[in-house]
Design a protein around this ligand. Structure first.
Ligand code: GLY
Ligand code: MN
Ligand code: MN
Length: 430
């Protein structure tokens, strides 16, 4: 990553936060990475993820108890936690050109580095210290602009996509060789060069029926030499920025793989429509219609698209949202926020799980992730509650052992096209 990209990114952040300080009449803002939390009655901690608002400022992974102090017209200050005990490896401040733009203070836990801060200092992050003043609305104000990524953030996400795609290709090979879910996950981690704790979210690796569990979190050790389906939803991190990619691989060339191909084709069309000015809610509704058409084309449901929409049949097979903002957090902040004041636009009850209700803008990074699943609980609910649902239950029984399908890409929204980071990475590696 070039120094220029980082410095431009930092200037954008400084400008955004100086505007916020002026708007709220603040003298300073402290961003805190957070503290490690111990398991109950134990002496080791939960995996640590820095607060994304702090992580955004620095080009390396932030540790706990690291603070950033912002004051108008001053270089930002990094308060670096000094560790000099013999239990842990030393943690020097990372070297690099980034230091030119910072003042750096090394502080022990007992040091009162905050004593000289001005009175009106607000706090963003967990566990505010007593000196900070409350500032309602500050978090929403800064979160809103996080949706628009800087060129540095776009480049980090592009690299995170490349790393994850290396993992997906290795996972596909492991699946075709008959590996267990656990071994497929290991193949993913090895090829994407990360530990499980470094993944931006716990990778989902589901074989066969498990592909129908949206957030399947187990990794079976059982090898299945004739497994039919692999649904892998797994990403990687670069400078804290996440990729979030799903592919559904099949072993056989049959009616299920034909459904996978058609969903994949639909996903690519949706990606092309994700342009600035498009209301994401509308794109979600286009997806629901597309699912209805697939159900009809593949003779899963005999009702017309209009009848299916009226009875909410597509939502039985596609119960989640089309996508979300992507950034330092996999489900990045501000997806329901329509202005800096924190006004919310909640999804309506036809799409209750939609995480993004904003109108798309240039340089937002989003996911597009339609799916089509055979989820026993939802099929049973449909047969119990929707009269004349028109679905072929024998056909559904036939598809159930395959689980389901999701195809998920990461895009940079532009005015006239979308930059599909995921397809670009697959193309380069094929
Ligand atoms: N991996 C979680 C999601 O796709 O939203
Ligand atoms: Mn996603
Ligand atoms: Mn995902």
């Amino acid at each position: 990553m070039t120094t220029r990209l980082y410095q431009e990114h930092l200037s954008t952040l400084i400008q955004r936060y100086e505007e916020a300080m002026s708007y709220f009449a603040l003298d300073a803002i402290v961003l805190a990475s957070g503290e490690k939390e111990y398991y109950f009655q134990d002496d080791h901690t939960f995996p640590f993820h820095a607060y994304s608002g702090a992580q955004q400022w620095l080009p390396f992974t932030l540790n706990a108890e690291t603070y950033i102090v912002l004051q108008t017209s001053q270089k930002p200050t990094l308060v670096w936690p000094l560790r000099d005990d013999f239990w842990h490896a030393p943690n020097p401040v990372p070297s690099g050109d980034w230091q030119q733009s910072w003042q750096i203070i090394e502080a022990r836990k007992t040091d009162t580095w905050f004593d000289s801060l001005p009175k009106k200092t607000a706090w963003l992050g967990p566990k505010p210290m007593a000196f900070s003043v409350p500032c309602d609305g500050l978090k929403a104000y800064v979160d809103y602009s996080k949706a628009i990524k800087t060129p540095y953030e776009i480049e980090a996400t592009r690299r995170a996509s490349v790393r994850a795609v290396q993992g997906h290709l290795a996972a596909k090979e492991a699946f075709l060789s008959g590996a267990s879910e656990l071994d497929i996950h290991f193949a993913f981690l090895q090829a994407s060069q990360q530990t499980a704790n470094q993944e931006p979210y716990p990778g989902i690796v589901g074989l066969n029926e498990h592909a129908a569990v949206l957030h399947y979190e187990h990794k079976s050790i059982e090898s299945l030499p004739t497994s039919r389906t692999l649904l892998i939803d797994a990403g990687a991190n670069e400078q804290g920025y996440a990729s979030d990619i799903t592919r559904t691989f099949t072993r056989y060339d049959d009616d299920f793989s034909a459904l996978v191909n058609d969903l994949d084709g639909m996903e690519q069309k949706l990606c092309q429509q994700a342009l600035s000015g498009v209301a994401f809610k509308d794109l979600h509704h286009t997806t629901i219609k597309g699912i209805a058409q697939l159900l009809l084309d593949h003779k899963i449901c005999a009702l017309s698209v209009e009848e299916q929409l009226e009875k909410r049949i597509p939502q039985v097979f596609f119960p989640h949202g089309l996508g979300h903002l992507l950034g330092l957090q996999v489900h990045d902040v501000g997806g329901h926020q329509i202005d800096k004041n924190g006004t919310l636009s909640k999804p309506d009850d036809s799409a209750p799980f939609l995480r993004l209700t904003r109108t798309l803008e240039e340089n937002m990074i989003i996911t597009i992730e339609p799916g089509l699943y055979f989820i026993p609980m939802l099929i049973e609910k449909m047969t119990a509650e929707i009269p004349c649902h028109g679905c072929d239950l024998n056909k559904i029984q036939h598809f159930m052992p395959y689980g389901g399908i999701r195809v998920e890409d990461n895009l940079v929204v532009k005015n006239t096209h979308t930059d599909n980071l995921t397809r670009e990475a697959f193309k380069k590696q094929s």
